[in-house]
Design a protein around this ligand. Structure first.
Ligand SMILES: [Zn+2]
Length: 610
C-alpha cells in the first residue's frame, strides 16, 4: 500500500501520543514497577497480563502475545488499518495531517468504498421493491433467510439486466471507469453492446462482502436459475479493495466473539455462515469461493488459538477440510474437523436440529489427524501394506505442517495408535520428511520448549532469545561489535528475528528506539512489531553471574553449530574426496564451538578464510 503520511508527521504523531496515555484512555491501567498493567482487552483472562512499558513505548500481553507500539494498539483495538490508526492518533494529539503527493491518491479508494456501500444498498432496494425480484424473494423464503437476516447481512438482488448498475452510476454521477475498477462493470472491446461495458452481476442474489472494519469491499452473487450453463456463484474479481486470499466472510462480526472463546468455526459457504450467526453461533467465518490461504490463517490467528472446520460431508468437502486443516496447522493453530450426517450442510443441519445439537456436533469434532486417517482408511484398503503406507504418508505429510514440536509429537502418537503402527517408526519417517522440507535451508526449527507461548512457535527459539538479549544494546554496548563481528545477519534464519537484531544494531548507532525503527522496516508487518515488543518485554532470565554478552555468545555459537550441522548433512551429496576433507574439518570445528574461547577463532577463520 502506498504510504500517504510522511515520515516526519508519523514521528510527530508518535511523539505526541504517549502509549500509556492512549491505552489509559480506553481502560484503567494499574501501576506495576516502572510500567503499567491491565486485564488484556484482546483475550479473556482474570489476572492482568497486559503490560504497558512507557520507557520503550510498547505494550505486550504475556497471555496472548499481543503487542506493538501505539499504532499497533489502535489498529488492534479499533480494528483499523495503519493509515486510519495514524489519522485517529493525529486527531487525538492535534497534529495536522499533511498528506504526501504520489502513491494511491487518498480520495480514490474512498470513492471505491462509497460505490460498494451504495451499490449494496441499491441491490438491497432492488430485492425488496422490484417486481422482477419476486423469484429471488421466493428463493430466500424457501431457504428460510428471513427479513431480519436479509437486513443484517444486506442481502440484495442484481436485476436481470445488462445495465442496471451502469444506469444507477450514471444517475448518481459515478465515473464508469470507477465502476469498472470496483469490478461491478465489465468492459469488453468486442462486445457490440456498448463502449461502456455491462453489469457483471445479473439475475443473482447478492451477498456483500465486508472487510474487518465492516466496509463493503466486494460481492458474491448466487445464481437464481437451475441452469447448468450459469456458474452457481460469481464473486467480485481482485480489485484495489478486494483481495480474495485475505477476505473472511463475516469476520467483521465474528472477530469479537472469536476473541472471547479463542476458537473460530470455519464453514464452506456464506449461507452456512449466515445461518450460524443467525442461530447465535457468531464465531463462524468462511473463505471467499477459494481455498484457505496462509493469509487467512494468519488473520485468524490474531483472534483464535484453535479452529473447528465444518464442511460438507462429501468427498470434495472431506479433501477440502484436510487441506484447510493443513494450512491452519502451518500457522500454529490447533485444528479439529467436525463431521455432519450424510447429505447435510451446516445450514440444513441448524434448521433441522437447532444450535444446541450443532454445538454438540462441533464438540465432537476430531483432531485433524484422526479425521484424515479415518477418512482415508475408508477409501484405501488398510489391510494391504500399500494402502496402509499411503494413509500413513498422507498423515505424516499433514503433521510436518505443525511448527510446534509438542503438537507434532502428539499428532504422531495419535496417528500411530490409529494405524496400529509403532510410534518410533512414524517418528523416523517424520524426521526424514521434515529434513527433506528444510534441506538447503536452516536447520528445522525445533520448538520443543514446553508451555512456550504459542506465537513463539513460528520463530526459532534461540533466535528469539538472541533478540531478547540484543534489545539491551543501549546498556550493553559490547553487544554491537560482538554480533557485527561474529554473526552475519543472513545466518539468522527467521526474517522477523533478523530485522529485530538489525534494528538493535541500528538503534545503537542512531539512538532511536527499537520499536520506532522496526516500524520503518515493518510497514505493514504487524508480526515484526509484535515480536519486537515481546522480546523487549521479556523478563530477565539471566542468572547472576551471566551477562547479556555471555548469553549472546552462547547463542552465536549455537547458530554456527546449526549451520555446520546442516552443511555436514548436505555433504552427503558431494564428491567423496571433498566430502571427507570438509566433513573432517566441520567435525573439528563443531568440537571447538562448545565454548567461546575455542569457538571464536573458528568463526573468525570461517568468516575470513573460506
Ligand atoms: Zn492478551
Amino acid at each position: 500500500m502506498a504510504k500517504i503520511i510522511p515520515k516526519r508527521v508519523l514521528d510527530e504523531i508518535r511523539f505526541r501520543n504517549d502509549i500509556a496515555d492512549v491505552v489509559g484512555s480506553y481502560f484503567a491501567l494499574k501501576r506495576a514497577g516502572s510500567g503499567f498493567k491491565a486485564v488484556c482487552p484482546f483475550h479473556k483472562e482474570k489476572t492482568p497480563s497486559f503490560h504497558v512499558n512507557p520507557q520503550r513505548q510498547i505494550y505486550h500481553c504475556f497471555g496472548c502475545g499481543a503487542g506493538g507500539d501505539v499504532f499497533s494498539f489502535i489498529m488492534q483495538y479499533e480494528g483499523v488499518d495503519f493509515t486510519t490508526a495514524a489519522k485517529l492518533l493525529a486527531q487525538r494529539a492535534g497534529v495536522p495531517l499533511e498528506l504526501e503527493e504520489g502513491g494511491e491518491p487518498a480520495g480514490r479508494k474512498d470513492v471505491l468504498y462509497r460505490i460498494h456501500e451504495e451499490v449494496a444498498q441499491f441491490y438491497r432496494r432492488c430485492l425488496l421493491q422490484l417486481k422482477s425480484a419476486a423469484g429471488a424473494r421466493a428463493y430466500l423464503q424457501k431457504r428460510k433467510l428471513t427479513e431480519a437476516i436479509g437486513e443484517e447481512f444486506m442481502i440484495g438482488f442484481a436485476p436481470d439486466r445488462w445495465d442496471a448498475v451502469l444506469k444507477w452510476g450514471e444517475k448518481h454521477k459515478f465515473d464508469p471507469a470507477a465502476l469498472e475498477r470496483c469490478g461491478l462493470v465489465v468492459r469488453k472491446e468486442t462486445a457490440a453492446r456498448s463502449r461502456q461495458g455491462y453489469d457483471r452481476f445479473r439475475n443473482r442474489i447478492m451477498f456483500p462482502i465486508r472487510d474487518e472494519q465492516g466496509r463493503v469491499i466486494g460481492f458474491s452473487g448466487r445464481a437464481l436459475g437451475g441452469d447448468d450453463q450459469t456458474a452457481k456463484y460469481v464473486n467480485s474479481p481482485e480489485t484495489p479493495l478486494f483481495k480474495k486470499s485475505r477476505v473472511l466472510y463475516a469476520l467483521q462480526t465474528a472477530r469479537r466473539h472469536i476473541v472471547e472463546t479463542r476458537e473460530a468455526v470455519i464453514c464452506e459457504g456464506q449461507i452456512d455462515v449466515i445461518r450460524c450467526h443467525a442461530s447465535g453461533l457468531q464465531t463462524a467465518v468462511a473463505a471467499q469461493g477459494t481455498a484457505f490461504t496462509e493469509d487467512h490463517a494468519r488473520i485468524l490467528r490474531r483472534y483464535a488459538d484453535s479452529v473447528v472446520i465444518v464442511f460438507d460431508p462429501d468427498r470434495a468437502g472431506e479433501d477440502a477440510a484436510v487441506r484447510a486443516g493443513t494450512t491452519f496447522l502451518d500457522a500454529g493453530l490447533a485444528v479439529r474437523i467436525a463431521t455432519l450426517p450424510p447429505g447435510e450442510d451446516p445450514d440444513s443441519f441448524l434448521l433441522k436440529h437447532g444450535v444446541d445439537a450443532f454445538r454438540e456436533l462441533l464438540g465432537k469434532a476430531e483432531p485433524v489427524i484422526r479425521y484424515q486417517v479415518r477418512v482415508l482408511s475408508s477409501r484405501e484398503d488398510v489391510r494391504s501394506e500399500v494402502g496402509l503406507l499411503r494413509v500413513a504418508r498422507a498423515a505424516l505429510e499433514t503433521i510436518t505442517h505443525s511448527p510446534n514440536a509438542v503438537q507434532r509429537a502428539r499428532l504422531v502418537q495419535t496417528a500411530a495408535e490409529l494405524l496400529n503402527l509403532p510410534v518410533a517408526a512414524l517418528q523416523d519417517d517424520l524426521r526424514q520428511m521434515r529434513r527433506r522440507r528444510y534441506r538447503g535451508g536452516a536447520a528445522p526449527p525445533e520448538n520443543a520448549t514446553p508451555g512456550s507461548d504459542r506465537r513463539d512457535a513460528a520463530h526459532p527459539p534461540h533466535e528469539v532469545s538472541l533478540c531478547e538479549h540484543m534489545v539491551h544494546i543501549a546498556e550493553h554496548a559490547e553487544l554491537g561489535p560482538l554480533v557485527e563481528k561474529y554473526l552475519p545477519l543472513e545466518m539468522i534464519s527467521d526474517p522477523v528475528c533478523r530485522d529485530i537484531v538489525r534494528a538493535a544494531l541500528d538503534s545503537a548507532v542512531s539512538g532511536r528506539g527499537i520499536q520506532d525503527i522496526v516500524r520503518d522496516y515493518a510497514d505493514p508487518s504487524e508480526e515484526l512489531q509484535r515480536l519486537a515488543a515481546e522480546v523487549q518485554a521479556a523478563p530477565n532470565r539471566l542468572s547472576e553471574d551471566v551477562t547479556h554478552v555471555d548469553a549472546a555468545r552462547d547463542l552465536i555459537l549455537r547458530i554456527w553449530r546449526g549451520r555446520f550441522q546442516t552443511e555436514r548433512r548436505a555433504l552427503r551429496d558431494a564428491a567423496p574426496e571433498e566430502q571427507r576433507q570438509r566433513a573432517a574439518e566441520i567435525t573439528y570445528h563443531l568440537n571447538r564451538l562448545k565454548n567461546w574461547e575455542d569457538g571464536a577463532p573458528v568463526i573468525e577463520f570461517e568468516l575470513g578464510g573460506a
